[in-house]
Design a binder for this molecule. Structure first.
Ligand SMILES: [Zn+2]
Length: 417
């Protein structure tokens, strides 16, 4: 055996491995902060429950030798020193807040896997070349304060700090006040340029990995979305005395559009289209409907796909004539993750011998904001029955462990570059 092969073997042998049992222990034990009745977690952002899990996270990271910083929106950055502190840090993370009666895995897995990697490095008395920062983003869920993905949005410069601190919940409590109440309005000004890459491990929150018995999702991006409102007008008329040929029925016209939305999505795979809201006027059994409002949600991983779907929707609305009015009320561009980081995830899953498939996220994540300021990618692990935002949300211990292993391997690959 050549000296070179020997040294390569040594490096492999010396690479420490994450401990899936220890990670699972953290998932189970931190679920006590906001434990819900059916095994899930209710831990809305910036509440007392959130403070307790944050305090736990900070204490664990400090005990592992990390420097912990908190910025003005309460994002927590725990940094484990690298051999070369002049190098930009590699960042991993996600969020510790949940929906009401949420699960034990959504967001939480990504932060706790980061902690497990810190434990692994510390236990082996090893450092990466780069510093490694584990991040907990504030208010990913958007359940108490809107918008969702708030902390990452402020960090990425998509949301202004002052205006965001002033936003209030339903009780009129401002974000800034809530940060003060739990002691997490920090002073740190963290420069995004201090990071070289961001990798977020997350549960899929959908059924694809489970259905195809695939262990790891290599997330190539996050689909974009467009929201439309349509107002249809017809003529209210007596349901008994108005002959069929003389009706101007707004709901029948709207029904054509509902079917068109389904067909448009089917014709533009993997796009999806939904009419989730219908308001009929006057909504009375024996009156021909005179007005209908529809709310439409269309999503696609590419801007071109979204453009095609929108153009087809305009045509469908055009067929309904002057009585239909279409308005685009909101849009979010698709996110395409950095190929170099996506490749690192794919290579890592392969090196570990796990089945993997490219996948586009159907849901929004903090990584969407972070992708605008640094090379970013995500790793998905399966969600049982595709369930999330539900106490029954479940990812098995070995699935969580695989996710952490791929996350660690990805960091190691980025660190070697
Ligand atoms: Zn999440």
């Amino acid at each position: 055996m050549s000296a070179e092969a020997l040294s390569t073997d040594r490096v492999r042998i010396n690479t420490p491995a994450t401990n899936g049992d220890r990670l699972w222990g953290d998932i189970v034990s931190t679920a006590r902060f906001g434990a819900a009745d059916k095994g899930g977690v209710t831990r809305l952002t910036l509440t007392e429950e959130d403070r307790r899990v944050r305090d736990w996270f900070v204490a664990e990271c400090r005990a592992l030798g990390c420097t912990v910083e908190v910025d003005g929106i309460g994002n927590i950055f725990a940094t484990y020193a690298g051999e070369d502190m002049s190098l930009p840090a590699i960042a991993v993370g996600s969020h510790l807040d949940t929906q009401p009666q949420g699960g034990r895995f959504d967001g939480i897995l990504g932060v706790l896997a980061g902690v497990e990697i810190l434990r692994t490095l510390e236990e082996a008395s090893t450092r990466l070349r780069h510093p490694l920062t584990v991040i907990n983003w504030t208010n990913e869920e958007g359940s108490r304060f809107s918008p969702a993905m708030m902390g990452s949005g402020v960090f990425a410069g998509a949301l202004a700090l002052d205006a965001t601190q002033a936003l209030a919940d339903r009780e009129g409590i401002a974000v800034g006040t809530a940060l003060d109440a739990i002691g997490y309005r920090g002073e740190a000004r963290i420069d995004p340029a201090a990071f070289s890459a961001y990798v977020e491990l997350h549960i899929e929150q959908g059924p694809l990995l489970e259905a195809s018995a695939t262990e790891i999702g290599v997330v190539t991006g996050i689909q974009g979305l467009r929201w439309f409102d349509i107002a249809m007008s017809g003529t209210e008329a007596h349901a008994g005395s108005t002959p069929m040929a003389q009706r101007d029925d707004a709901l029948v016209a709207a029904a054509e559009i509902v079917l068109a939305v389904r067909d448009i999505a089917r014709q533009n795979p993997p796009g999806v289209g939904t009419v989730g809201f219908v308001d009929v006027g006057p909504n009375s059994r024996n009156v021909v409907p005179g007005s209908v409002r529809l709310q439409i949600d269309m999503r696609h991983p590419s801007e071109a796909g979204l453009d095609q779907m929108e153009a087809a929707l305009q045509q469908a609305v055009g067929r309904a004539g002057a009585r239909a009015e279409l308005k685009r009320i909101w849009s979010k561009a698709p996110v395409v993750f950095a190929p170099s980081i996506v490749d690192a995830v794919r290579n890592s899953a392969e090196a570990l011998g796990y089945s993997a498939t490219d996948i586009v996220s159907g849901a929004g994540h903090d990584a969407a904001h972070i992708a605008t300021i640094m090379p970013t990618a995500m790793i998905f692990v399966p969600s049982k029955d595709g369930l999330s935002h539900n106490e029954a949300e479940y990812t098995a211990p070995e699935e969580c462990a695989r996710g952490a292993e791929v996350l660690f391997q990805t960091i190691l690959e980025i660190d070697r570059r």
